[in-house]
Design a protein around this ligand. Sequence first.
Ligand SMILES: Cc1cc2nc3c(=O)[nH]c(=O)nc-3n(C[C@H](O)[C@H](O)[C@H](O)COP(=O)(O)OP(=O)(O)OC[C@H]3O[C@@H](n4cnc5c(N)ncnc54)[C@H](O)[C@@H]3O)c2cc1C
Length: 402
Amino acid sequence: MKDVVVIGGSLAGLMNAIVLKELGYHVHVLERSNIEALQSEAAGIRSGPEVHSFIERYVKNYLNYAITVETVEIWNEKSEVLSTFPPTTPLRLTTWKALYDMFKSVLLDSGTDQSPAKYETRQLVQDVQYEGNKLSVKYRDLDNEVTKTLEADLVIAADGANSAVRNMFSQSSSPKYAGYVTWRGRVPEGAVDTKTREALRNRCVVLRVDGGYLISYYVPADTGDRQGSRCDFVWIWYDYDRFPEDSSDFHEIMTDVDGRKHFTTIPRGRMQPKVWRSILDRKSVVSNPHFVELLEKTKEPFVSAIRDFPGSKAVFCDGKLLLVGDALALCRPHGGGSTSQAAFQALELGKVWEGARALDLWEKDCLEGASKAQTISLAMGEFFFAGKAPTVVRNTVESDSQ
Ligand SMILES: Cc1cc2nc3c(=O)[nH]c(=O)nc-3n(C[C@H](O)[C@H](O)[C@H](O)COP(=O)(O)OP(=O)(O)OC[C@H]3O[C@@H](n4cnc5c(N)ncnc54)[C@H](O)[C@@H]3O)c2cc1C
């Protein structure tokens, strides 16, 4: 039996761990944060077709984990539909925690013939060495400061966009700030006025505003109970062009209540109150009463700086160390494609381990998929923001007509 260490226990790490466990590997997942810390950065997520395929293949008797909508509606301030954006497949909208809980319970399910997997939190991986055909993974237990080492035949690095493992093995680029942030929040549907509830329920709505756009969608509450008022509205405000990276505003936004600067996300409830007040002061820009209510009813807003980078290499150490998920490539979130990429990679990797696919072709497909996801994401962002055909479409039409 082969020993696999998965570094990073979020969605990409869990999906790859499940695939390998099902194939009989002995899997050990090392995750730096505890579940509370993970949850404090989580909100709504799109379960794209690849994620749903993964669930159909690996999660037995899965429950209704998402709310499905057929179109994205683009509204004006009076909630009139200006246009609709038909996705190629219905959108499944859920929460990061719903996927995380589902995948983790599949991984740790001991009711099968496979050897049980191990999932440990508060384990910070610090070093990976490749010697004599084996990898050794050095990590620190953050609860007792003890440093340990695991030997592995295969290491899956799913340690996210700031991947320390990628930095150890590759000179490739790291995530660059895209020049704007998203304000984010989540409101239980029972907390809003009936009119807002009726207007936004079961919908995915985009509202263009001066200098950006907002999106609202409806997700099952993390209890998994869809009865009564047990769904939530998730909203995201893409706030373009206001916060250059070297500005004092950006520094203040990304510094939490304890004075700690964050690279990507200030977790829920940790944003400085004055920063959130300054956003509420701008609510007149939002103009639509339902969206204004969502902002006002948000108890624990959070903020993310948008970053991206193109992946360049996934396979290292003679095929024994692989980068997956956001560690491999990071696209902007407009299309909600990151988790779909991670699911695609895990599904295809299953074929590699079954001997039905070559690893170099897997790498090629993953890099092409990441590049396509970034193109789609940029196009969707441009369309939602500007309301015109995205540059990528205009360029294609122009080059076709020449
Ligand atoms: C806590 C959390 C909440 C999220 N919530 C949302 C959401 O609500 N909506 C959405 O669209 N996307 C969300 N995302 C992003 C989404 O999960 C990813 O874009 C996508 O699923 C790809 O996931 P990933 O596993 O590659 O990367 P990530 O989800 O970023 O996971 C990387 C994991 O690696 C761990 N890690 C990093 N360094 C180390 C180390 N040295 N040792 C051990 N572990 C390490 C991190 O703690 C993290 O859990 C969230 C990510 C995280 C981590």
